[in-house]
Design a protein around this ligand. Structure first.
Ligand code: SAM
Length: 156
């Protein structure tokens, strides 16, 4: 199993999220962090990089922030797009590698939520992504990403 390939799990990824956060009460706080961040820095556009099935993207849209989304996995993009359309949102969601994507516009706010950045497993890939994201931002644009020490039980 390739832990970096989400094509096979796209249809079930939201079930995983539901289970993962079932006994946690901090998921709303997690989403609100990105909402606050987008409100503060997103006046010239927001992009959710490695958007997955759109957990953050759709939360932003539900709160009036219509961000673009991109993800390496076409299947994850498709699921995110279907969910967005079902909720009546017409979002620009496109498959791309964060190390090399070019959007048709620039953004003042970029988000890589959850473990998106951690799928880049070499310093070279991480550097390529950061430099590339910089190219997609306006001057003074802001990026947030997080890293963490994976919990073996959750991973299993
Ligand atoms: C754990 S999921 C997080 C999805 C979403 N951000 C969320 O919060 O639910 C990680 C995502 O990163 C994507 N990903 C992995 N490597 C990537 C890359 N090089 N460029 C863009 N997306 C990537 C995967 O396809 C997957 O959808």
């Amino acid at each position: 199993m390739d832990l970096h390939d989400f094509d096979d799990v796209a249809e079930n990824y939201d079930l995983y999220l539901e289970e993962m956060y079932r006994n946690e009460d901090n998921h709303a706080g997690f989403l609100d962090f990105y909402l606050d961040f987008a409100k503060e820095y997103g006046k010239d556009g927001v992009i959710d990089i490695a958007c997955g099935t759109g957990a953050v993207l759709l939360y932003l849209a539900q709160h009036g922030i219509f961000a673009d989304g991109t993800d390496l996995s076409e299947a994850m993009c498709r699921v995110a797009g279907e969910k967005a359309r079902r909720e009546g949102f017409d979002l620009n969601i496109f498959p791309a590698n964060m190390t090399e994507f070019r959007s048709s516009r620039k953004y003042s706010c970029a988000i890589i939520a959850r473990s998106g950045f951690m799928h880049l497993i070499t310093p070279e890939l991480q550097r390529a992504a950061l430099l590339n994201i910089r190219e997609n931002l306006v001057d003074g644009g802001m990026l947030t990403f997080n890293t963490f020490d994976p919990h073996p039980v959750f991973q299993a």
